[in-house]
Design a binder for this molecule. Structure first.
Ligand code: PLP
Length: 379
């Protein structure tokens, strides 16, 4: 059997990692400004994470959701405190798409409606309703094109108002910093306006914090920069530092019903051990503060390069350690030179945006190292 060939791969085999560095099977070291697509939050192979995961593995890695799991309870309490949503409820699953799928399902159970509003360039995952809410016709299979979703321009409140006022919108789903869409930022006035409209028209406001959340923006959640509380918040990626998991934070206005949601693997013992170890490190090392400080340093450095007239940089966007560098040329050659000549991993969006999503423990020195390497490649 061969692999189903859906990924265009770099000719690199990553063998091991430590903090913000990874090494290939030839021993070449790389600086990781990509974090395996925003997944590595506390750094590769953090010793505390390795210890906690090993201990859990030796004790019990899985039992089903038919018995009490105190680790889930502890995780919900710890996460509630860490992010400031202590009165919310928590449901655990295995991926970002599943988190959004369950969020929209819950919204539909809540108000009985079936229409969803999503933003142009949004990405919410690849399963049935999550992919329908993703504004990319190339990845929506005919079986998923069920007409539930209307895509609207980001930050154009009038356009969203017109739809919400029809009183048939089940949910609005938004990334407060669009990731795959190219690091596009939701404005505070827009989100506040949406919050009011959702309250008036009984529409559920869902913030997809799968990429921009869990400390990446320099606050625990990106929407917390904008002064609005969503009804439902979805998380994944950084929650487990590479252990596959996702979660849904659910406001007290939703009443749980036995059997309405469920999963075999979600919230298993090993996953909870991963998420608890991640929270330990986020707290002990102040990684949210670090993302804010190092992110600002990187943004300043990149804007400085743009002002100095360094070639190809036309815009720098982002918050914390979620940064987009828009180029006036396709990113491909620049990204390849960063990887193969300078040994730096970066992400990308669309055709012209380099996307930085490093582990949240990136140091000032590593940020400077990246700036120097980018400067060299763009010279
Ligand atoms: C904002 C956002 N939502 C949802 C997803 C889907 O997450 P997963 O790939 O874990 O299903 C992603 C993945 O990139 C994402 O960036």
């Amino acid at each position: 059997m061969t692999l189903f060939d859906v990924y265009p791969l770099f000719d690199v085999t990553i063998d091991h990692g430590k903090a913000c560095r990874v090494w290939d099977d030839m021993g070449q070291e790389y600086l990781d400004l990509y974090g395996g697509h925003a997944v590595i939050s506390i750094g590769h192979c953090h010793p505390h994470y390795v210890q906690k995961m090993t201990e859990q593995l030796q004790k019990m890695s899985f039992y089903s959701n038919s018995v009490k799991n105190p680790l889930q309870v502890e995780l919900a309490e710890r996460l509630g405190k860490a992010c400031g949503y202590e009165d919310y409820q928590f449901f655990l699953i295995n991926s970002g798409a599943e988190a959004n799928e369950n969020a929209l399902k819950l919204a539909s159970f809540y108000n009985g409606r079936t229409r969803v509003l999503s933003a142009e360039k949004a990405f919410h995952g690849r399963t049935s309703l999550a992919v329908e809410a993703t504004a990319n016709p190339k990845i929506i299979a005919p079986i998923n094109a069920n007409g539930h979703v209307t895509y609207l321009p980001l930050n154009d409140l009038d356009a969203w108002r017109k739809e919400i006022e029809k009183d048939d919108v089940c949910a609005v789903i938004l990334e407060c910093i669009q990731g795959v869409g190219g690091i596009r930022m939701v404005e505070a006035e827009f989100l506040k306006g949406l919050r009011q409209l959702c309250d008036i028209h009984n529409t559920v406001l869902v913030c997809d914090e799968i990429q921009c959340g869990y400390g990446r923006s320099g606050k625990f959640f990106a929407h917390q920069h904008l002064g609005v509380k969503p009804d439902i918040i979805t998380v994944a990626k950084g929650i487990g530092n590479g252990f596959p998991m996702g979660g849904v934070l659910i406001s007290p206005k939703f009443t749980p019903v036995y059997g309405q949601l469920g999963t075999t693997f979600g919230g298993n013992h090993q996953a909870c051990a991963a998420a608890l170890a991640v929270l330990d490190v986020i707290e002990q090392e102040d990684l949210v503060g670090n993302a804010a400080r190092v992110g600002e340093h990187l943004l300043d450095g990149l804007r400085q390069m743009q002002q100095e007239g360094v070639k190809h940089i036309v815009d720098v966007r982002g918050r914390g350690l979620m940064i987009g560098i828009e180029l006036d040329v396709p990113y491909k050659e620049i990204r390849n030179r960063l990887l193969f000549d300078e040994h730096v991993f970066t992400g990308c969006s669309g055709t012209n945006v380099l996307r930085l999503l490093p582990p949240l423990c990136l140091s000032m020195d590593e940020a400077d190292e990246f700036l120097a390497k980018l400067r060299k490649v763009l010279a």
